[in-house]
Design a protein around this ligand. Structure first.
Ligand code: ADP
Ligand code: MG
Length: 275
């Protein structure tokens, strides 16, 4: 029997912390390990959609907006409706600017925090992992993503200011956990765009590990800064194709292994508890 899918919400209300880059490369990393992976773009800016090779999201016929709108209106959704199959072996539910309108409409919707969860419930069964790419805010779409998730992965740029913003994010995650999604976990904090040549980056890295490492996992893997990573947002392919021998590809592969090892550990733990 297939294991239950894991829904990972990649979240940080700050822009430019490598959420989208991480969803793309972790997702494709998992697919390269033979996992069935669905990526969901929940950002009206559609950056994930664009990075995966759909440069004009506004021209797409069906996006997350349409699917969530149907969910709200209780219209029938066909199996696999709106799901794109990307060349590197992952599936994608794309987004475009229309999703920004939904953010407003949700305010007057019944069960408004759980629309994405409700939509994903039948869809996720076909996958091992579902990764949600969040927009840079803690608004209704992000709350929907947190409500639909089993676990959260928090990319943090290795600088002092983004380390401060973490507090507010952790409060929101805990609030969603208390009020909407009691099973929500934190998978870990991922340090991104780390410039290992500077002492400053090393200090921030140790600061975050010292401050949070006691109660929240900080991934051993750190994602180094490299222009090769910045190039892929317009290339329509992952770092594994763009620069397979580079340090960023190596780091995302290590992260993929860490995420899988965590899942494995949890599965063993659950089995032991069942005995
Ligand atoms: P977010 O989704 O959190 O806003 P992105 O993934 O879009 O962040 O990344 C922000 C910017 O930083 C993008 O231009 C991206 O190409 C670039 N970037 C991401 N990861 C790296 C990295 N490891 N090294 C250098 N630039 C990166
Ligand atoms: Mg993004």
């Amino acid at each position: 029997m297939k294991d239950k899918p894991t829904v990972i919400c990649v979240v940080n209300q700050k822009g430019g912390t490598a959420k989208t880059t991480t969803v793309e490369n972790l997702g494709i990393g998992l697919a390269r390990e033979g996992k069935k992976v669905l990526l969901v773009d929940t950002d009206p800016q559609g950056s994930l959609t664009i990075s995966l090779g759909y440069p004009r999201p506004d021209d797409l016929e069906t996006t997350l907006f349409d699917l969530l709108n149907k969910t709200i209106n209780e219209d029938a959704i066909q199996p696999a409706e709106g799901i794109l199959h990307q060349q590197e072996g992952i599936d994608l539910i794309p987004a475009n600017i229309s999703l920004a309108g939904l953010e407003v409409a949700l305010v007057n919707t019944m069960n408004r925090e759980r629309i994405l969860k409700q939509f994903l419930e039948p869809v996720k069964k076909d996958y091992d992992y579902v990764l949600l790419d969040c927009m840079p805010s803690l608004g209704m779409l992000t709350v929907n993503a947190l409500a639909a998730a089993d676990t959260t992965l928090i990319p943090v740029q290795a600088n002092y200011l983004s380390a401060k913003g973490l507090e507010q994010l952790l409060q929101t995650i805990n609030k969603v956990k208390r009020q909407i999604n009691p099973k929500l976990r934190i998978e870990g904090i991922l340090l991104t765009m780390v410039d290992n040549r500077t002492n400053y980056a090393k200090e921030i890295s140790s600061l975050i590990r010292d401050t949070y490492g006691g109660h929240i996992k900080v991934f051993n893997t750190e994602i180094p800064r490299s222009v090769r990573a910045a190039e892929i947002s317009s290339e329509g392919k992952s770092i594994f194709l763009h620069d397979p021998k580079g340090k960023v590809a190596e780091a995302y592969q290590k992260l993929t292994k860490e995420v899988q090892a965590n899942a494995e550990k949890r599965r063993k733990h659950q089995l032991e508890q069942l005995r």
